[in-house]
Design a protein around this ligand. Structure first.
Ligand code: HSE
Length: 311
């Protein structure tokens, strides 16, 4: 039996929800923007890595996050007295690492979902999400679910801070186009977290809370203007933009060109712009291609938010 799982890219934070809000994304032209993990039965464990960004991963398979997922999953199976056997895994690494597109989350979600299906669903969605968050924490230095949750479940997810449910789904505004542009440089999430201050002024905390509350309301009432107007990053962008060459120019261009919102995807360097019209989104993607991309690894896509995450 072969199981293959595809896990989409995601935008962590959505500017206004540092560590608590995220959305899955899917290019409208059908391009593959997510990692794929395949599982087959085997005599002993192995991991084969392929795909356009395979060369950016550590050569040692024991250092790969997918191997850690396998070990973690099997350990949990043994703990619960479930029978296991070795498998051969293949990771198709389609997302650039350190891109802000939830690259590690995509590998983790594809691997753990594929394992859970292969071993006939020993874990619930919530249990699996806990595992995904822990594994993501191994890479970025702290447990946060704003990439793994939307990648796994699809749509827009809001973290609850509770053990169960870990996350709730919010209604997306389905007419919006999300332009994402990866500049091609690498930003380590751990480093992008380290540069943030350990505490924020009360006024910043109030703005953060107000915006998040208003955004959730605006999604439920499908008020596009209100949702767009509160998508401001008062926590990370003021510090992180220094790591992103051309960020201010890209922001000014997109907002002047009519984007409802513009921000850093996760910890960057990918940026995103929210558009109401397809032509506007295509024009913005073309401008970002020309002006924000720094090297031949960069790309941009016009995306929607898919209702389904991992497949
Ligand atoms: N919420 C995370 C951050 C997303 O901004 O650091 C990146 O994994």
């Amino acid at each position: 039996m072969t199981i293959t799982a595809y896990a989409p890219a995601s935008i962590g934070n959505l500017s206004l929800g540092y560590d608590v809000l995220g959305a899955a994304i899917e290019p409208i032209d059908g391009a593959v923007l997510g990692d794929v993990v395949e599982i087959n039965r085997a005599e002993q464990f192995s991991l084969t890595i392929a795909g356009p960004f395979a060369h950016k991963l550590p050569a040692d398979e024991n250092a790969n996050i997918v191997t850690h997922c396998y070990e973690h999953f099997i350990e949990a199976m043994v703990k619960y007295g479930q029978p296991t056997h070795p498998v051969a895994l293949t990771l198709q690494k389609n997302l650039p690492i350190g891109s802000g597109l939830g690259s590690s989350a995509s590998s983790i979600v594809a691997a753990l979902h594929a394992l859970n299906v292969y071993f006939e669903h020993p874990f619930t969605k919530n249990e699996l999400l806990h595992m995904m968050g822990e594994l993501e924490g191994q890479i970025s230095g702290s447990v946060h679910y704003d990439n793994v949750a939307p990648c796994y479940l699809g749509g827009i997810t809001l973290m609850t801070g509770q053990k169960a449910p870990l996350t709730v789904s919010l209604p997306a505004i389905n007419s919006w186009y999300w332009v994402v542009c990866y500049s091609g440089i690498t930003v380590s999430t751990a480093q992008a977290r380290d540069i943030l201050p350990a505490s924020v002024p009360l006024s910043t905390g109030l703005t953060f809370g107000r915006q998040l509350g208003v955004f959730v309301h605006a999604l439920h009432t499908q008020d596009e203007t209100l949702a767009g107007v509160v998508m401001n990053d008062v926590i990370a962008e003021p510090y992180r933009k220094a790591l992103l060459p051309g960020f201010d120019e890209a922001r000014s261009y997109c907002i002047d060109a009519g984007a409802l919102a513009f921000g850093i995807s996760g910890s960057g360097p990918t940026v995103f712009a929210v558009c109401q019209k397809l032509q506007q989104a295509r024009d913005m993607a073309a401008w970002l291609d020309k002006n924000y991309i720094q090297n031949s690894d960069g790309f941009s896509h016009v995306c929607r938010i898919p209702a389904k995450g991992v497949k």
